[in-house]
Write a protein that binds this ligand. Structure first.
Ligand SMILES: NC(=O)C1=CN([C@@H]2O[C@H](COP(=O)(O)OP(=O)(O)OC[C@H]3O[C@@H](n4cnc5c(N)ncnc54)[C@H](O)[C@@H]3O)[C@@H](O)[C@H]2O)[C@@H](O)CC1
Ligand SMILES: Nc1ncnc2c1ncn2[C@@H]1O[C@H](COP(=O)(O)OP(=O)(O)O)[C@@H](O)[C@H]1O
Ligand SMILES: [Mg+2]
Length: 283
């Protein structure tokens, strides 16, 4: 059975903040990505995570991206992804987003191996973009020990990972491929397209009915990966958090598309806090 995601998911998930709280109550997230050529990707993911409201946002990226990252997003903490303290930082996080602009170098593979060794049951990992391409070449790189794994491929990345060509990516074929990947029944799949399908850990399928072609621009998925990570960090590692993130990303896109021919991913992050405010405290 397929369930359409509706606006109700936003009031269900987005809670009004209580006065007696601090940043430690809203989740810690580490984003890993951004090679020399793809610095923008990790910056856009970071902006998604900050706008979504995670309590603490840290970024591990190529040193070349430091100045741009800090100039745009001083809220984010930075670590050189070659720094030997990276594994320790990983251990302290609730959520890790890995992949936007990561690239597929030997070093990128080493990052995935490190994550696989270190990640624990208390943590959620969101795998996007290059991380998925590396895993497509070697399924053993999947960090099965994570409490929850969220895969966010677009159709081409899913083709590489599942070996199902795009026209044949039906829900039943996708579920079969997902079952083949799973060791622990802890993988959720966000299969991005003009109508994104989300598969939960039990095989339930959800479809996102909104979004628009103005969103077909580089960085839109990087932004979504950050928002998903931010929602999981703040609202918990459940399918509803992911559905709400997918829905609000498209809703922001639709609002902007009314008066813009192209929707810039960074502007989605810009309007997200205001949109979240509208849906908070209504449940
Ligand atoms: N500003 C930046 O630094 C950006 C960096 N990016 C990074 O570039 C690396 C390569 O990712 P790409 O996704 O560009 O490359 P891929 O080669 O993985 O996929 C892109 C191609 O797949 C095809 N495709 C088919 N169905 C599609 C669908 N539903 N959605 C999207 N594409 C579909 C299209 O022909 C498209 O050109 C990743 O690390 C990614 O994070 C991109 O995210 C774009 C922005
Ligand atoms: N025509 C469209 N209609 C609705 N949503 C779209 C459309 N094109 C792209 N999107 C959305 O934009 C995002 C693109 O993700 P992705 O391809 O990973 O981008 P990137 O890697 O460049 O950041 C997905 O969330 C997808 O659903
Ligand atoms: Mg992408």
């Amino acid at each position: 059975m397929m369930v359409e995601i509706t606006e109700d998911i936003l009031t269900k998930v987005i809670k009004e903040r209580k006065s007696a709280t601090h940043k430690g109550n809203y989740g810690r997230i580490l984003l890993i990505g951004g090679s020399e050529n793809y610095g923008g990707a990790i910056i856009m993911s970071t902006e998604g995570a900050i706008a979504a409201g995670s309590g603490l946002v840290a970024v591990a990226t190529h040193s070349m991206n430091l100045t741009a990252l800090h100039a745009r997003d001083p809220e984010a903490m930075y670590i050189d992804w070659r720094d030997h303290s990276l594994p320790n930082l990983v251990k302290n996080m609730d959520v890790i987003v890995c992949g936007p602009g990561l690239g597929t170098s030997a070093f990128a593979t080493k990052v995935l191996v490190m994550l696989k060794d270190i990640i624990s049951k208390k943590q959620t990992i969101v795998l996007d973009a290059s991380a998925l391409d590396l895993i497509a070449k070697d399924h053993e790189l999947l960090p099965f020990n994570a409490g929850h794994i969220v895969l966010t491929p677009h159709q081409m990345e899913w083709q590489r990972l599942s070996q199902i060509r795009i026209p044949f990516q039906t829900d039943s074929a996708n579920k079969t491929a997902l079952n083949k990947l799973e060791a622990e029944g802890n993988i959720m799949l966000v299969l991005k397209s003009n109508h994104t399908h989300v598969y939960d850990e039990k095989g339930q399928v959800f479809i996102n009915p909104i979004g628009n072609p103005g969103m077909a621009t580089g960085g839109m998925g990087d932004t979504l990966a950050g928002i998903i990570g931010g929602f999981v960090a703040q609202f918990g590692p459940k399918i509803d958090s992911i559905l709400a993130a997918v829905y609000i990303h498209s809703l922001a896109g639709d609002i902007l598309y009314k008066s813009n021919y192209v929707v810039r991913p960074t502007v989605i992050s810009k309007i997200l806090p205001r949109l979240m405010k509208k849906y908070s405290g209504l449940n």
